[in-house]
Design a protein around this ligand. Structure first.
Ligand SMILES: [Mg+2]
Length: 354
């Protein structure tokens, strides 16, 4: 099989309400849908959803890179995923979102060619996963109301964004815990906002109210994570500190994390995600699949990855709930509270009109 054409479609994504994390408030975003056409008639869909603060990539940087890939990959076999990545890496270093867009589309084609849903192609047996829901930073009242709403809707795990104000963070986590009772799991994500000592002090206050802390220190200060991990009771999850397998290897060898948050847009897609997961599993660390503001295309790829890998124990794949889903995109998975069930259609199982 040969790639005959790669097209890109820039699409607006407008969140239902502003979403605040420690370093940014998001509302109007864009994403790039990637369509790969082959000489066999099989078409694959992928997505590049760059997020500047995390990967230093934007729509403006990834569109021309995807154009370069479109020229370089013409005639290549989309089912030879390692070769596809080697060719992309020859063109340009980094640009993990653009590479994820091509990677996801090629896996979609691979699944369609094999007649298998992606989770089976990757070795999995179950088509259902459990995701959390993430609460952005807001007033205590609003965050508690949102927590109750999503628990009532069937979510058993909530991720709470923190990191703007220590007192508010402790107050809001305590209020959410009181509102949702003891059986809902709460994780917090400081998105790089804290110092090592601040993390240790705050995690003592959060005590058993929370089950893990995500990325307390800035990505550049990953060298402080072993100190933090040694002094906090709760598991420490690395997100912005880990983009690829080498980052995971360095951090886990230094005892700097208990869990790794893989995002397909950081890892250049499923191929890189598998490498990170293998390193983490060897180090005894489970992984979570997280997301940027992504549509159902990239999210479905991540759901397949979680369904396929035992070591992918957690999922934070809730972005599609925060915006009005486009009419040109359907399928992938159905959702009942935090439980997502993949369709058994070949490849991603996505229907896209683009
Ligand atoms: Mg995070």
């Amino acid at each position: 099989m040969q790639i005959t054409k790669i097209e890109t479609f820039k699409q607006a994504v407008t969140l239902k309400k502003p979403f605040t994390v420690s370093f940014a408030t998001l509302q109007e975003l864009e994403t790039i849908i990637v369509k790969v056409t082959t000489d066999s008639g099989i078409v694959g869909y992928g997505e590049a959803a760059p997020f500047e603060p995390v990967t230093a990539e934007s729509i403006a940087t990834e569109l021309p890179v995807l154009q370069l890939f479109a020229e370089k990959l013409k005639g290549a076999d989309p089912c030879s995923i390692e070769d596809i990545h080697a060719r992309m890496d020859q063109v340009i270093l980094g640009h993990t979102a653009a590479k994820a867009g091509i990677d996801i589309a090629c896996y979609d084609i691979l699944g369609k060619q094999a007649g298998l849903p992606l989770y089976k192609l990757l070795g999995g047996s179950s088509n259902s996963i459990e995701s959390d829901y993430t609460l952005g930073i807001d007033s205590t009242d609003k965050m508690v109301a949102e927590a109750k709403k999503y628990v009532a809707a069937g979510f058993k795990i909530l991720k709470v964004k923190v990191g703007l104000d220590d007192r508010h963070d402790v107050e809001v986590v305590r209020a959410i815990r009181q509102a949702v009772g003891p059986d809902v799991e709460l994780r917090i994500d400081a998105n790089q906002a804290w110092t090592p000592k601040q993390t240790i002090r705050l995690m003592r206050q959060f005590s058993d109210m929370v089950s893990a802390v995500e990325q307390p220190l800035s990505a550049e200060r990953g060298d402080g994570l072993p100190f933090v991990r040694a002094h906090v009771e709760q598991p420490v999850m690395a997100d912005e500190s880990v983009h690829n397998a080498f980052d995971a290897y360095k951090l886990l060898a230094a005892e700097g994390a208990d869990i790794v948050n893989i995002k397909l847009q950081k890892s250049s897609g499923l191929y890189g995600a598998q490498q990170i997961n293998a390193v983490a599993e060897a180090a005894g660390a489970p992984v979570m699949l997280g997301c940027m503001v992504e549509t159902r295309i990239s999210l479905t790829a991540a759901v397949h990855f979680v369904a396929a890998h035992r070591n992918a124990r957690y999922a934070d794949l809730d972005a599609f709930m925060d915006f009005k889903e486009p009419s040109w995109l359907r399928g992938g998975f159905t959702q009942d509270g935090g439980t997502y069930t993949l369709t058994d259609a070949p490849g991603l199982g996505i229907e896209c009109d683009l």
